[in-house]
Ligand binder design. Structure first.
Ligand SMILES: Cc1cc2nc3c(=O)[nH]c(=O)nc-3n(C[C@H](O)[C@H](O)[C@H](O)COP(=O)(O)OP(=O)(O)OC[C@H]3O[C@@H](n4cnc5c(N)ncnc54)[C@H](O)[C@@H]3O)c2cc1C
Length: 360
């Protein structure tokens, strides 16, 4: 039977939406440009929030995922005083987040979708909306070509680093004058997401391993132990890309197709999964899933969460750049104050976990 809802892109947002809608009895199909055999790219560590866990649980996909929990996050700035420690108990959650590699997440979600009986057409660039009977096309294909774009003066240098002692359940975000440097625990090692000047990122991606590990130790310090090995290095450009409108006639944009963010604070997919969750709630029992008023109401409900997350992420990407000592001291004082104030830590942690939307 032809689908009533066509989803372009079997990335994490598209697959999660397909599972939620299929579970509600809707007839959905995924159209994926990649061939079935092609893996979904190189290393890209993702920190999923506790809210994303809840969404993926409700999509029936969580149990199949092998994730590393984050129970503590240490935030600091290089060369300046100030540090904040946020723990899972600050937000009343079992873990602040869960780390998994993008390719593993995508493969597991696609396998779950197919096991549930959802058809995925791989190698498909066809106009999914042209199929007879389709009443709603969901754009979940990642990049939105016709969105406004800001290129950051940073690339993300990615790497998987072995440390002594092994990584546990603490993640680190260290703001340096060049950009934010995150260490995420992933199966005993640290996945590094290092925002730094474009030329430096390329140079460090190609440098001998010892040179890279020395540079990482210098930028990060010793709080995570000694870095002893590295693999999977790559530099990826960073952009902020936001679509002016989330809906068109019988079409809606979710996840990165609606907004692509800087990876600082790991918000992009978490926001995209909240898009998928709220769209599924709007559409699940609707007589016509592509009705204009329904899509407009969905877009309106997503506005605050999206704008707030985009602004916070963009602010964090730029806030710590440069070496002005007065600005550094002010940021340090803010971090010390946050560290000392339990309600403020709780507010920040829950805002990063759940976004500004209604809790799932
Ligand atoms: C370095 C880095 C680190 C990140 N870390 C985090 C993090 O810690 N936490 C977090 O929440 N987010 C993080 N993100 C963001 C996260 O990766 C994205 O938000 C997420 O992948 C978006 O998922 P998506 O399903 O919307 O799009 P995508 O993951 O881009 O998937 C889109 C899919 O659509 C397919 N496709 C493309 N064009 C077409 C077409 N024309 N027809 C059919 N299919 C098509 C693609 O092949 C792909 O499979 C990070 C991003 C980067 C770059």
């Amino acid at each position: 039977m032809p689908p009533e809802i066509a989803i372009r892109g079997a990335g994490p947002a598209g697959c999660a939406l397909a599972l939620l809608l299929h579970d509600a009895g809707r007839n959905v199909r995924l159209y994926e440009r990649r061939p079935r055999a092609a893996a979904a790219g190189g290393l890209r560590p993702l920190a999923l929030s506790y809210a994303s866990r809840l969404i993926l649980e409700r999509a029936g996909a969580w149990r199949a995922l092998a994730t590393t929990p984050i129970e503590n996050i240490q935030v600091s700035q290089a060369g300046q005083l100030g540090r904040t420690h946020i723990a899972a108990r600050d937000a009343d959650v079992p873990a602040l987040g869960y780390v998994i590699d993008y390719a593993a997440l995508t493969a597991a979600l696609a396998a779950r979708a197919e096991a549930a009986g959802i058809r995925i057409e791989y190698g498909s660039e066809t106009d999914a909306g042209a199929a007879p009977g389709v009443r709603l096309v969901v754009h979940a294909e990642g990049t939105a070509g016709d969105a406004s774009e800001k290129r950051y003066a940073q690339d993300a240098l990615l790497a998987l680093v072995g440390a002594e002692p092994c990584a546990g359940t603490t993640a680190y975000e260290r703001f340096t004058a060049d950009g934010p440097l995150a260490l995420l625990p992933l199966e005993g090692r640290y996945a590094v997401v290092w925002g730094t000047r474009t030329a430096r990122a390329s140079q460090l991606a190609a440098a001998p391993a010892t040179e890279f590990l020395d540079a990482l130790s210098q930028a990060f310090g010793a709080r995570a132990g000694r870095f002893v090995s590295v693999e999977g290095r790559a530099a990826v450009p960073l952009v902020l890309r936001v679509r002016a409108a989330r809906t068109e006639e019988r079409a809606v944009y979710i996840g990165n197709a609606a907004q692509t963010l800087h990876p600082v604070a790991g918000q992009g997919l978490n926001l995209g999964l909240r898009d998928a969750w709220e769209l599924a709630q709007a559409v699940r029992a609707a007589p016509d899933p592509g009705e204009t008023a329904l899509l407009r109401a969905y877009a309106e409900r997503r506005r605050l969460d999206a704008i707030a997350t985009i602004r916070i992420t963009d602010l964090l990407a730029n806030l710590f750049l440069g070496t002005n000592p007065l600005a550094g001291a002010a940021r340090g004082l803010a971090m010390i104050a946050l560290d000392a104030c339990v309600p403020a830590r709780r507010f920040v942690a829950r805002r990063m976990i759940y976004g500004a939307s209604a809790l799932p």
